[in-house]
Each structure stands twice: as C-alpha cells, then as structure tokens.
Ligand binder design. Structure first.
Ligand SMILES: Cc1cc2nc3c(=O)[nH]c(=O)nc-3n(C[C@H](O)[C@H](O)[C@H](O)COP(=O)(O)O)c2cc1C
Ligand code: SF4
Length: 482
C-alpha cells in the first residue's frame, strides 16, 4: 500500500516538535554539519586528494538529487557549473518565493523546521566556498521571515554561523530578504535582480547564467528550500543510500502539495515515483478520494503552469521491466508514477509538485480564466509575446466567462498560446502562461466551443431586428479587466 515516507518532514511533523534551536539540537541538529566539516581529505589515484567541500559536491552529484523548485534540474550538475576560477565571491541564494499557485510545501519547512534548512544551506555553502548567502522569501510570508530571522540569531549565538564557525576557520553569513509579492521573483534571474534592489526583470540566458553571472555579476547558486534540506540528508545517509529512496533518475523524497476536490487536501512527503497520481488522489493515506458522488475531471500535476491531465487519458511510457529490459507500457493517467520523468513523458511536468484535483463540478472555462488572469497580471512585461499574449488570452477567457464569447475563441486562444513559448521570450514564464491554455483548450475544446456558441446564439436572439432583416450591431462588450 502506498504511504508517506518522511525524510525532510520527519521531525517537523512529530508531536511536540518545536522550531527552536534547543529542540533541533535534541533531535541531532547540526551533527551532520559537524560531520561535513570534519571529512578528512580523500586520497585518489595519481596522488590527487578530494577536499571536504569537493567530497560533498561529489556526494550531491552521485545522489541524483534534482531541484525541487520546478525544473527538476540536477543539483550536483548545477553546482558543477559554478565558475570557481573567476576570483569573484560565490553566492548562494535559497529560493523561498514559493510563488507557483497550488504550492505550499516550502512554508511547512520554514515554519516547522527552520534549522534544518539552515543546516542544509550551511553545508551547501561550505561545499561551494560561499561566505555570504541569502534566503529570498516572498513578501506574503511575514511569519516565515520572522521565524527564519530568529533561527539565524540562534545559529549565530552557537557559532553555527558567523566567523570561524565551530573553530574550522570557515566564515559564513546568511541574510533573509523579503520580496514584495511578485510571481516572477521566483524565477531565479528575476529574483537576483530583485535582491539587487531592482525591478525583478528576468535576465536573458545566455549570458546571464547565475552560475557564472549571477548576483552582482558573480557566480551564484540558486536552489529551492526543499532541495537545500535534502543536502543535509544526503550527507547524513551517504549518496548511495539516499539514491535507494525513490526510483532511478528520480531519487529521494518529495513533498507534494495536494489541493482541490479531494477529501484530505494537504502536504504529503513521498518517495519520488513510488506513489501514483491515483494513489495521491484516492488512497486514504493521501487525498482519500473525491467528494461523495463526484467523478474525476482533471488534474494539474505540478502547479498551475503545468499542462492539465484529463481523467481517462492514457499514455505510452517506456519503463524498465523486472528483467531490466525496456518495455513500453500504456498507463491510465491515475497509474502515472508521481515523478519527474513519467510526468514529462505524459507531456506535462511535476513542476513544484503541487497537485490540483478537479472533479466534474468544475467549470473548466472558469478554471482556465482564473489561471490566465493570474498570469496576465504577473507578466513582467519585458517581452511582447508574453506581455500582450497573456493579456489577450485572459481577455478572451474573460469574454467567455461573461456571456460574450465566440465559437472561434477556442482556436483564437490556441493560436495565441502557440505563439508565446519556444524561445520567443526571455524567461520560462512564456511557457508557464501558455501551457495551461494549450492543454485546457486542446483537452476540453468542446466545452470552450459550446460556451462560445451559446453566447453567440444568445447575443443573436437578444439583438433587435433592423430593416432588411439585418441585425443591429452587438451590444458593446462590458468593461473587460485582466
Ligand atoms: C516564472 C517562474 C517562477 C518560479 N518560481 C519559483 C519559486 O517560487 N520557487 C522556486 O524554488 N523556484 C521557482 N522557479 C524556478 C527557479 O527559477 C529556479 O529554477 C529554482 O529556484 C532552482 O532551484 P532548484 O534547482 O533547487 O529547483 C520559478 C521559475 C519560473 C520560470
Ligand atoms: S517571458 Fe514574460 S515574465 Fe519572462 S521576461 Fe518575458 S515578459 Fe517577463
């Protein structure tokens, strides 16, 4: 039977656990940091030696850890891109913006176990020769910022931070920086601009890859809250033990934010790929099923920007059989393992691991209108396809939800959505605003067309007939906002 496997939230969710340093220390807190600091140099062939930081970087790479922020990029690989020869300082930024709609996992860690995040960050900083790091937390999390600042004070008082940490000669300071509440501040280069005190306009890549030209044009690592916590566990367990959690290429555990029409919405930590979407929705250990008498209609599997999945859809996935040979399997949407690769093979993504469940009471046109309104509001406006396209899509959807739609609106929406992504924009927001439209309209086209046709028929019936059998011009559209 599918069940949770708590690694990051193991202590945080246990009864009586509090978020102060004393409690953290009673549960073995900062012991892994001490272990990381005291790793003896490892002798290699040809007289080479791996320093403690190099060994940590190696372990993280071998663990297979993939970023928990959205893209699922290999953490070890990202760290290997850092320009260590520039002579400039290297910075680390913890991305605590948690801005993807449907996502509420990082705040659990911050609120319940802030020292775990700090320990993961300090190990990561030590591994990468970072002496100044930031936690960029969204503006709407004042309580989280307060908790983190208190945790930082406690850590400084015990010399887990500051000068000559625990007598190792290693110096590190971490600051909390509060954003002002823009979705685009979660995008790593927008975040960096914001941290520098500017508008969060994402930077174009190349050349502005953070690992080379990041904060203050210095090499910078940006990692998600949950990703950084895993670094501590990789060092505690060792890369090979850690990699046994989850499934090949999808290692470790992941906290899933489950919301929508399930009986038990909430956050659940699972081994990646060991639980299916259907189990997340229906199993009593997770969502506990839909409400009485309701049928599943759709699932957004990775935050609002992920392409929607339709109930009953099937996908052909290549998987390894028991004999290790690759075989193609046809899987129902509910049988998709919840991992990075399976969801990508199903044409969507696990993104920020926010699963939004919609039953047959959902007005799919309304749902997409809601999502698109958000993206139109949040586009930073630098790129014409994103700025104009997101607004046009939102306006067309607004028309459809206000009784002023047209039968061809579905095709119109697809045409716009198809012309935003694909390298036409500076950042991946172009994809984020288009994917919901492309997938909702493609998979539920009949609902969009029916809405538009009904609106047209009503408008025709309402129009007074004028001389010659012609109809009067349609009523002016109501004020459309986005
Ligand atoms: C529009 C947009 C919003 C994003 N928002 C977040 C966010 O809120 N939190 C986050 O960790 N990553 C977010 N990301 C991903 C970050 O750019 C970056 O890839 C991530 O922080 C890297 O951390 P990871 O490798 O540990 O996942 C966003 C990306 C885009 C394109
Ligand atoms: S894609 Fe959109 S959000 Fe990203 S830089 Fe361009 S306009 Fe801004």
């Amino acid at each position: 039977m599918a069940q949770e496997n708590k690694l990051v939230l193991r202590h945080a969710d246990s009864p009586g656990y509090t978020n102060d340093l004393d409690c953290y220390l009673r549960h073995g807190g900062y012991e892994i940091l001490k272990k990381a600091f005291s790793l003896p140099p490892r002798e290699l062939a040809e007289g080479k030696r791996l320093s403690a930081p190099e060994q940590i970087r190696e372990e993280v790479k071998m663990s297979g850890l993939r970023g928990r922020g959205g893209a699922g990029f290999s953490c070890g690989l990202k760290w290997s891109f850092v320009d260590r020869r520039s002579g400039k300082p290297i910075y680390l930024i913890c991305n605590a913006d948690e801005s993807e709609p449907g996502t509420f996992k990082d705040r659990q860690i911050i609120h319940k176990d802030p020292h775990q995040l700090l320990e993961g960050m300090i190990i990561s900083c030590f591994a990468n020769d970072v002496h100044l790091a930031y936690i960029y937390i969204r503006g709407e999390f004042p309580e989280g910022a307060r908790i983190l600042n208190r945790a930082l004070q406690e850590a400084r008082a015990k010399n887990f931070l500051g000068k000559n940490i625990l007598g190792t000669g290693y110096d590190l300071e971490i600051h909390v920086h509060r954003g002002a509440g823009a979705y685009i501040c979660g995008e790593e280069t927008g975040l960096i601009e914001s941290l520098e005190g500017k508008r969060p306009y994402p930077r174009i890549k190349p050349p502005y890859f953070p690992a080379v030209l990041g904060l203050w044009m210095c090499p910078t690592i940006v990692n998600n809250v949950e990703t950084l916590c895993h670094v501590k566990h990789i060092m505690a367990m060792g890369a090979s033990e850690y990699a046994k959690l989850g499934t090949p290429n999808n290692t470790g555990t992941r906290i899933v934010s489950l919301s929508g029409h399930v009986r038990r919405p909430g956050y659940y930590e699972i081994e990646v790929g060991k639980v299916t979407l259907g189990e997340l929705i229906n199993d009593p250990a997770f969502g506990g099923g839909l409400r009485e008498g309701r049928q599943l209609k759709a699932i957004i599997p990775g935050g609002s920007s992920a392409k929607v999945l339709k109930a009953g859809e099937t996908f052909k996935l290549k998987r390894k059989g028991p004999d290790g040979k690759e075989l193609e399997q046809e899987l129902n949407v509910l049988d998709l393992p919840y991992d990075f690769d399976s969801l990508m093979a199903a044409g969507t993504m696990s993104g920020s691991s926010a699963v939004i469940v919609m039953d047959d009471s959902t007005d799919i046109v309304e749902a997409l209108a809601n999502i698109s309104e958000f993206y139109a509001h949040e586009s930073c406006g630098q790129c014409t396809p994103c700025r104009e396209g997101s607004l046009w899509m939102s306006k067309a959807l607004n028309r459809l939800t206000h009784g002023q739609g047209r039968a061809q609106d579905a095709d119109y929406l697809l045409k716009i959505a198809d012309n935003i992504p694909g390298g036409r924009t500076i950042c991946a927001f172009g994809e984020a605003c288009s994917w919901p439209v492309q997938s909702f309209v493609a998979k539920f086209k009949d609902e969009f067309v029916a809405r538009g046709k009904a609106d047209e028929a009503r408008a025709k019936a309402d129009s007074p007939t004028v001389r010659g059998g012609q109809t009067a011009p349609a009523k002016p559209a109501a004020e459309l906002t986005h």
